[in-house]
Design a protein around this ligand. Structure first.
Ligand SMILES: [Zn+2]
Length: 213
């Protein structure tokens, strides 16, 4: 439906792709990683682990099977003249960084200024999840959420701010717990009109300094 909503096709290898690996292949890969970590894949406590991990991956990465623009496409055209900001804040999400495949846990604040179409507010949370449940970097996650809302609703403006902790920073590497990363994407009026942007920043609770566009 929309190139943005599909996982990018693999154009890096000339050989035809063999498609999605089977569940058995995925479980075998987990056994390899357990052995690489130094444990015995045959020990009793680990026997069912590959199957469990693969099931967990279906949950962690279920976003690839969702089309965020499609989620937003059922809109309510009757806004009754409502033309003020619609904001859903503190949407908790769990994602995984594409560099280390460890969790990114954070909150998204999503707002738009309706032109004529509004959407059920739970749909905004579902769009956040549809992109979060993929391998991500926070900057791309932020931009994709904003772009999907812009494409589907064609509003006067979209604002997305994400604050998140990256476990690749807290549990490995520099080991810096408590550090949050803040990213923002402003489109339309939120980009061009300082008053609109300030209203949004105040509404999400004074994160304006870190998230100024
Ligand atoms: Zn990472």
């Amino acid at each position: 439906m929309d190139a943005l909503t599909l996982p990018p096709p693999d154009r890096t290898s000339a050989a035809p792709t063999t498609g999605r690996p089977t569940r058995e292949e995925a479980e075998a890969a987990i056994r390899t990683l357990i052995g690489w970590a130094g444990d015995d894949v045959g020990r009793e406590g680990l026997l069912d682990t590959p199957a469990r991990v693969v099931r967990a991956y279906e949950e962690f990465f279920g976003g690839y099977r969702l089309d965020p623009v499609e989620i937003l496409n059922r809109t309510f055209d009757e806004t009754e003249g409502y033309d003020e900001m619609v904001l859903l804040k503190d949407i908790r999400f769990e994602s995984h960084c594409e560099h280390h495949m460890v969790p990114i846990i954070g909150r998204a604040h999503v707002a738009y200024l309706p032109r004529s179409r509004v959407v059920g507010i739970s749909k905004l949370a579902r769009v956040v999840d549809a992109y979060a449940r993929r391998l991500q970097i926070q900057e791309k996650l932020t931009a994709q959420i904003a772009q999907a809302i812009d494409t589907a609703l064609q509003p006067l403006g979209v604002a997305v701010v994400i604050e998140a902790q990256h476990q690749c920073m807290t549990t490995r590497g520099v080991h810096k717990p408590g550090v949050s990363m803040v990213t923002s994407r402003m489109l339309g009026a939120f980009r061009t009109d300082p008053v609109a942007r300030q209203e949004f920043m105040l509404a999400i609770g004074g994160r304006a300094g870190a998230a100024a566009a």
